[in-house]
Design a protein around this ligand. Structure first.
Ligand SMILES: Cc1cc2nc3c(=O)[nH]c(=O)nc-3n(C[C@H](O)[C@H](O)[C@H](O)COP(=O)(O)OP(=O)(O)OC[C@H]3O[C@@H](n4cnc5c(N)ncnc54)[C@H](O)[C@@H]3O)c2cc1C
Ligand SMILES: *[C@@H]1O[C@H](CO)[C@@H](O)[C@H](O)[C@H]1NC(C)=O
Ligand SMILES: *[C@@H]1O[C@H](CO)[C@@H](O)[C@H](O)[C@H]1NC(C)=O
Length: 492
């Protein structure tokens, strides 16, 4: 037994010694960076350095303490179960919660505070979401999601179900549906969303809104490092991370197979590696690809970086003493706002235009005293530059106005700033009309750059490089595995 163990140990040492010559740098400690490290280490490739610009690990997973638990400023829901790597890696060892967006209706309120007939509105919601489901399954989709929706919705309006509903309500609801769709996809307009690109993406079926209850999405990092479910298998990926290392230049040479990639950081430090996996967001690539890479990236990749969509969403969490939104015995999911023209005008003239982009104010699973404001679009600059106190006051203004009563002030608030953070520059990617016209997609962003000996020296991972689930957290994980596999394959 001893003997055998000694033999195995020597063998292990030998194999790690050999990869000393082939250091790997992963840029970014988000889901894709950690997934890549995990897959490399699973294959006994341990000579890894992860360079992270922020002072924390996680990237667009940012679980923070709030109220009496942990909430998510970044990804919050596990979207789907079947073929969802995140769900599959955790299902047997984590008991998920859910936000019942698909089982319950929101409470729709007119911004002037007059109560409105929820029954009519629910009929519109049913018809609209049926159309949106159908768009996902179209055989040969043409044009934008917005145009496709309008065509089908106009047809549905002529059907009996919606015939007696007041046209003004239908118009208000149409705006609401668009706002929700934009919020979900981080696009500023559904006329900029390609129906074709949308249909090329996969969708993990099953519950689309699983939550991490009070523990936050960062729980998943324990599964990536194998701390969970069995701590004995822990891979110490955290120890490979160097924080506050903002990469400013990546110099590579495709002609000379003996040359390493040189990575330089803003603090002047530099690193040398045989393989570099680049994972920062498409927003970072759009703004910095010219200064980041020397020589310049291939034309096709630049075309893809420029044309694939990247948008923003925002969130505000408000904590209250009591859940004023609960009426005795009535279940509650969310407020959604039907903006009347004069209220839009008032919002604009009082510096509250950002509020028109709120998709809804939702309950938060397991936090009975919290509300979550969600907003979509790429025009979130104002929202992000306003102070916390103004944002809170504005939220209360809208709630009091639409519910037509005075309400208690929140005890605490926290909010996001993804767009103005130079290490993200937005929230997630989307299949834009420009992407369709340029005939590019995540695959072109993903394409590795090979050396003369076919070794992948510069690899691209991250949410926007995943062909099947771009934008999603599980897409990010998949992309990290994919990039690591390319390196592993090279050494086989
Ligand atoms: C508000 C919000 C809500 C979301 N909600 C959901 C959801 O509910 N469900 C879901 O599935 N997905 C959701 N997403 C998407 C999900 O968060 C992402 O798909 C995923 O986390 C992206 O991981 P990544 O590794 O590709 O990128 P990132 O997490 O962005 O990782 C890249 C890392 O690179 C670092 N970096 C950037 N520039 C540099 C540099 N120059 N040098 C060094 N490091 C650098 C960044 O700081 C970051 O840590 C949401 C995203 C946001 C922002
Ligand atoms: C609010 O707007 C609705 C729809 O336009 C209208 O029917 C109602 O009278 C308005 N209420 C007030 C108080 O102005
Ligand atoms: C945000 O609101 C503006 C109007 O103020 C509108 O033009 C834009 O389309 C909205 N964006 C989204 C994502 O709803």
């Amino acid at each position: 037994m001893w003997c055998r163990l000694a033999f195995i140990l020597t063998f292990l040492q030998l194999s790690t010694a050999s990869d000393m010559d082939n250091p790997i740098i992963i840029i970014g400690s988000g889901l894709s960076g950690f997934a890549a490290a995990r897959r490399l280490m699973d294959n006994d490739i341990n000579n890894i350095v992860i360079l992270e610009a922020e002072n924390r690990i996680g990237g667009r997973i940012n679980s923070v303490r709030f109220s009496d638990g942990i909430i998510d400023l970044g990804a919050q829901w596990v979207h789907g179960q079947k073929n969802n790597l995140i769900y599959e890696m955790t299902r047997n060892n984590f008991d998920f919660g859910t936000t019942p967006f698909e089982e319950m209706y929101s409470t729709f309120v007119l911004t002037n505070g007059t109560k409105t007939d929820q029954k009519d509105i629910r009929k519109i919601v049913d018809v609209a979401y049926k159309i949106i489901d159908d768009i996902d399954d179209l055989e040969d989709p043409q044009g934008s999601i917005g145009e496709t929706f309008n065509k089908k919705f106009d047809k549905a309006l002529k059907s009996s179900k919606l015939k007696n509903i007041e046209p003004s309500v239908i118009e208000l609801m149409k705006e609401n549906i668009e706002r929700n769709y934009n919020g979900y996809t981080a696009s500023n307009s559904w006329y900029d969303l390609s129906a074709k690109k949308n249909s090329e993406e996969g969708k993990a079926s099953g519950n689309q809104y699983l939550t991490w209850k009070k523990q936050g999405f960062k729980t998943f990092f324990n599964f990536l490092t194998k701390k969970a479910p069995n701590p004995a298998q822990y891979l110490n990926i955290e120890s490979k991370v160097q924080l506050n290392k903002k990469v400013t230049n990546i110099k590579y040479n495709t002609k000379d197979e003996t040359s390493n990639v040189a990575v330089t950081c803003s603090d002047g430090s530099s690193y040398s590696a045989k393989h570099v996996i680049f994972t920062p967001s498409l927003g970072v690539l759009k703004k910095y690809h010219e200064s980041l890479f020397s020589p310049a990236l291939p034309q096709q990749k630049i075309l893809a970086i420029k044309n694939y969509g990247f948008g923003t969403v925002g969130k505000v969490f408000l904590e209250f003493e009591h859940p004023f939104w609960l009426e005795q015995g009535k279940p509650f999911l969310a407020y959604e706002f039907l903006w009347l023209e004069q209220d839009k005008k008032e919002a604009k003239s009082t510096n509250r235009e950002w509020m028109i982009n709120i998709t809804g104010i939702y309950v938060v699973d397991q936090f009975p005293n919290l509300l979550e404001v969600f907003l979509g679009g790429s025009n979130l600059n104002e929202f992000e530059t306003f102070s916390d106190s103004k944002i809170t006051e504005d939220c209360m203004w809208l709630l009091e106005k639409s519910l037509s009563k005075s309400l208690p002030k929140p005890k605490a608030m926290t909010r996001t700033k993804w767009l103005t953070n130079d290490n993200f520059l937005g929230a997630y990617s989307y299949g834009s009309m420009d992407a369709e016209k340029a005939n590019i997609g995540p695959k072109d962003i993903a394409e590795s750059i090979l050396n003369a000996d076919e070794s992948p020296i510069l690899l691209f991972a991250g949410e926007a490089t995943d062909e099947k689930y771009p934008s999603m957290a599980h897409g990010a994980v998949r992309s990290g595995f994919r990039a690591a596999d390319e390196i592993v394959k090279f050494y086989e």
